[in-house]
Every structure is written in structure tokens, then in C-alpha cells.
Design a binder for this molecule. Structure first.
Ligand code: PMV
Length: 347
């Protein structure tokens, strides 16, 4: 089909890994399988206007972020288009105008690459669907995740929800290194509507970009054991999610977060990505758990912010503790309340 002009808008979420991806080989192949909760409130909304033009050798696009042209984001997106053009040759026949905005503050220390790149991938797939009406929704999502992965590994987990596995794993049916898949087994009801409050400890630029971080695993003395451990942890997590064992969930999630940071503490060069307030918060969470019948736990990304995870039924109590005791460790007392979500939405 010949299409001269088209415009698509997608909202895609951020995600938070329970078993972490840290270490990859080319082209964006993970060294171990990972699993994440898809988030609901932290998302990107992106519109791409496609206008037909003469075919060129590389993608031609303009990029606006929250209404302003953003030159500093262009190289990452240009690199993304370069990587995907062999799978989506039609992008070379359109001039693309990309308008993007995040629901969370840009400099909040929350990685926007997962939601940002998955949104672009969904817009490309919408055009592809117009060009080829036979493409099923299932295959379209699979390819969107495949494309998003080429931009940022964790973006492959930001197309569907509520739980997505990326990386080939013997015990997860249908799993692949090339795209994320929805966790294929029935999840215990305690994990329904799970809550994630993101405490914004440090809103600065990331100290270590994830590209640099993943590369640190190449010469890392503990890398091989870490990859084995992560795959074992994913098998354990699969069982926990199905059986609903809250204690085991807490242990595994917190251990994964600390192990991710341990990899950075022991790499060359080494990095401490936590801040004093990160540790204050962790200690408070442990104290609260000890003193109350609570399933609250924390996880971390490659930064100082803390994700506080807990079941929906604890929302009121934990909400109060966060407001009265934990928010004081946050930059300008800021935190974001989120819940587990269901993936990309078209407008
Ligand atoms: O997708 P990347 O290359 O930005 O890597 C993200 C890695 C972590 O966020 C630290 C862990 C994960 O699995 O999301």
C-alpha cells in the first residue's frame, strides 16, 4: 500500500527489573535473562508524523522533546534508526517528526530510554501495519520489542505487562534473547496491582551510562558467576511469582538490587552509585519490616533512587510512612507513586 502521510501516537511505560540485566554482547544480546514489572504512571507519550519523500541512505528526522527541539537526544535516536533500518527499510522513505514527552520529570534520575525507545518502536510498527495489513497484533508487539531492544536492552520489556521476561531461559516458555515476552504463567494474586513508590534521592544525570556499565562486565572478575546466578534467580523468581511466597520475593528482589550495585563496586573503574540517603532509606525499610507485618522491600536501578515495592493492601500504611519518614531523604521531598501496569497504549 502506498501511504503519503501518516501520524501515530503511543504511550509506553517505564519498567523496573526484579532480576537485573547487566552485561551484554553485540548486538544487544543479554548475558542473562531478566524480568521486570511494567509500570503504569511513569511513561512516555510519543507522536511520529511520517511524510513520504525520496528514499535516502539514512533516516531523516526532527526531534522535539516537551515541545522543544532537542539536539542532545538526536545521536542516540540516529543510532537507533541506523540499527533498525535493515528491519524497517520503509523508514528511509519518510521524513519523521518525533514529538515526545515524559510523565515524570526529565531530570529525575529515572531512565527514560526504556519508555522513550519503546514508544518510537510502537510508532514504527503502526506504520508497518498500515503498509502491510496482514501483520497481526501479536507479531507487531514482538517486533516492536525486538526493535526497542536494539535501542536500549531494557526497552524490550516496555511493550507489554504486567511482567515481562527478556533473555532466553530454559524454564520460561517462549523466552528469547531478541525480544521480551509476557511472563507466561499464572501469577499469584498477591502480586496483582503491586505498588512501586520511587523515592527520588538524586535527580542528577546518571554517573555511569548504561553503555559504560554493561561494558564494565566484559573484564569483570565476577561476571561469569553473576550471569549464572541471575539465570538461577530468574528460575526462583518464576516459582515465587506463581506460588506467592512474599518472604522469598523480598529476599530475592533486594539481593538482586544489591548484587547489581556490587558489580559496580567491584568493576574497574569502580563506582558507588548509592548516596548516603539511599542507605538511610534501606535501613528504614528494614526497620519497618521488622516492626510490622509488612512485605515492603526495595530495589534499585543503576543509580541512587530507591523503588519501594509493596502489595496493594499495604498502600495506606506504607503511604503514610513514606510521606512522614522516607520523603525527607528525597531531593526536595519528591517521590512518584506508581503501580504495575499493562503496557503500550495507542491514542
Ligand atoms: O537498557 P539499559 O541498557 O539502559 O540497561 C538497564 C539496566 C538496568 O536498568 C540497571 C537493569 C535492568 O534490567 O533494567
Amino acid at each position: 500500500k502506498n501511504i503519503d502521510r501518516a501520524s501515530f501516537t503511543w504511550q509506553t511505560p517505564s519498567n523496573i527489573a526484579l532480576v537485573k540485566y547487566w552485561g551484554k554482547s553485540n548486538p544487544q544480546i543479554p548475558k542473562n535473562a531478566s524480568i521486570s514489572f511494567t509500570l503504569n504512571n511513569c511513561h512516555t507519550i510519543t507522536t511520529i508524523d511520517f511524510v513520504k519523500k525520496e528514499k535516502s541512505n539514512e533516516a531523516v528526522f526532527n526531534l522535539f522533546f516537551e515541545g522543544k527541539e532537542k539536539a542532545e537526544f538526536k545521536p542516540k535516536i540516529a543510532e537507533f534508526f541506523k540499527r533498525v533500518q535493515q528491519y524497517c527499510p520503509y523508514i528511509l522513505e519518510y521524513k519523521m517528526t518525533i514529538n515526545s514527552e515524559n510523565s515524570f520529570p526529565h531530570s529525575s534520575g529515572i531512565a527514560s530510554s526504556a519508555s522513550g525507545l519503546s514508544a518510537i518502536a510502537m510508532c514504527l510498527m503502526s506504520l508497518e501495519k498500515e503498509l502491510n495489513a496482514d501483520l497481526s497484533a501479536k507479531n507487531s508487539n514482538k517486533k516492536a520489542s525486538f526493535l526497542a531492544r536494539l535501542g536500549s536492552g531494557s526497552a524490550s520489556r516496555s511493550i507489554e505487562g504486567p511482567l515481562v521476561v527478556w533473555g532466553k531461559h530454559a524454564e520460561i516458555e517462549g523466552s528469547s534473547d531478541l525480544f521480551g515476552v509476557q511472563f507466561p504463567y499464572k501469577v499469584h494474586s498477591i502480586f496483582e496491582n503491586y505498588q512501586d513508590v520511587i523515592l527520588l534521592v538524586d535527580k542528577g544525570e546518571k554517573q555511569v551510562s548504561s553503555t559504560v556499565g554493561h561494558n564494565l562486565m566484559h573484564e569483570h572478575p565476577f561476571a561469569e558467576n553473576r550471569f549464572i546466578q541471575a539465570n538461577e534467580n530468574l528460575a526462583k523468581m518464576s516459582k515465587i511469582l506463581q506460588e506467592g511466597n512474599a518472604k522469598d520475593f523480598i529476599n530475592l528482589v533486594e539481593s538482586e538490587a544489591l548484587t547489581l550495585h556490587a558489580m559496580m563496586l567491584t568493576s574497574n573503574p569502580y563506582f558507588i552509585l548509592m548516596k548516603p540517603n539511599t542507605l538511610e532509606i534501606i535501613n528504614k525499610i528494614w526497620e519497618y519490616r521488622q516492626e510490622n507485618e509488612s512485605s515492603i522491600c526495595f530495589t534499585l536501578d543503576a543509580g541512587a533512587n530507591v523503588h519501594v515495592l509493596f502489595p496493594e493492601k499495604e498502600k495506606e500504611n506504607v503511604g503514610q510512612i513514606i510521606e512522614s519518614q522516607l520523603s525527607k531523604y528525597c531531593d526536595k521531598n519528591q517521590y512518584i507513586c506508581d503501580t504495575v501496569g499493562f503496557g503500550a497504549k495507542m491514542f
